[in-house]
Design a protein around this ligand. Structure first.
Ligand code: K1U
Ligand code: ZN
Length: 173
C-alpha cells in the first residue's frame, strides 16, 4: 500500500469531472486500498480519487469511532438513487480545503448505488454523518468542493487564504 499526496485548493484537478470506472479490477482495488491508507493517515473520514490527482469515480469512507472500530467502505461509480425531502446541516471539513470548516445543508437520508471492491452492484441507505460524507465525496467526483455550497463571498475569502498559504509555503522551500 502507498501514502499519496492530497491536492489542496485552488487546483484545477479538483474542479474536473471524474471518469466512470469500467470494472473494479486489481488496479482499482489497489487504488481503493491506497486511498484508505492515505485517508487514515491524514486523518480523515472520507477521500475521493480526484483529491489524489486520479480522475476516476472512486471514493472511500470510514466513519468508525477509532482504529479499533474500522468500517471501511469502498465505492466505484457511486450514484444517488433516492434523497429524503428533509435536509441536515453539518459543519463540514475537507482535506483539500485545510483548516476551513462551514455548515452545509444536504438531504438528511440517501440511497446510493455503487460497485463494491468485488465489482458487485450494491445499494446502501445512509443517514446522519454517513449521508453527509458520502454526498461530500460524490461532489468531489463532479469537481464540486463544499465551499461551492457557500456564498461567493465566503468561498472567495477561503480560496484567497488558501492561495496565500500555498505561495508562502513555496517561498520558504
Ligand atoms: O473529503 C475529504 O476531504 C474528507 C473529509 C470528509 C468530510 C468530513 C466532514 C464532513 C463532510 C466530509 C474529512 O475527513 S475532513 C477531516 C475530518 O472531518 C475528521 C478527521 C479526523 C477525525 C474525524 C473527522
Ligand atoms: Zn473533501
Amino acid at each position: 500500500m502507498a501514502l499519496l499526496p492530497i491536492l489542496t485548493a485552488p487546483d484545477p484537478r479538483l474542479k474536473q469531472k471524474a471518469v466512470t470506472v469500467e470494472k473494479v479490477d486489481d488496479s482499482i482495488r489497489r487504488l481503493m486500498d491506497d486511498m484508505l491508507e492515505t485517508m487514515y493517515d491524514a486523518p480523515g473520514i472520507g477521500l475521493a480519487a480526484p483529491q489524489i490527482g486520479v480522475s476516476k469515480r472512486v471514493i472511500v469512507v470510514d466513519i468508525g469511532k477509532d482504529e479499533s472500530d474500522r468500517q471501511p467502505i469502498r465505492m466505484a461509480n457511486p450514484e444517488i438513487v433516492w434523497v429524503s425531502d428533509d435536509d441536515r446541516s453539518y459543519e463540514e471539513g475537507c482535506l483539500s480545503v485545510p483548516e476551513h470548516y462551514a455548515a452545509v445543508a444536504r438531504p438528511a437520508r440517501i440511497k446510493v448505488r455503487f460497485l463494491d471492491h468485488q465489482n458487485e452492484i450494491r445499494e446502501i441507505d445512509a443517514d446522519g454523518l454517513l449521508a453527509t460524507v458520502l454526498q461530500h465525496e460524490m461532489d468531489h467526483l463532479d469537481g464540486i468542493l463544499f465551499i461551492d455550497h457557500l456564498s461567493s463571498l465566503k468561498r472567495n475569502m477561503i480560496l484567497r487564504k488558501l492561495l496565500k498559504a500555498k505561495k508562502e509555503a513555496v517561498a520558504v522551500r
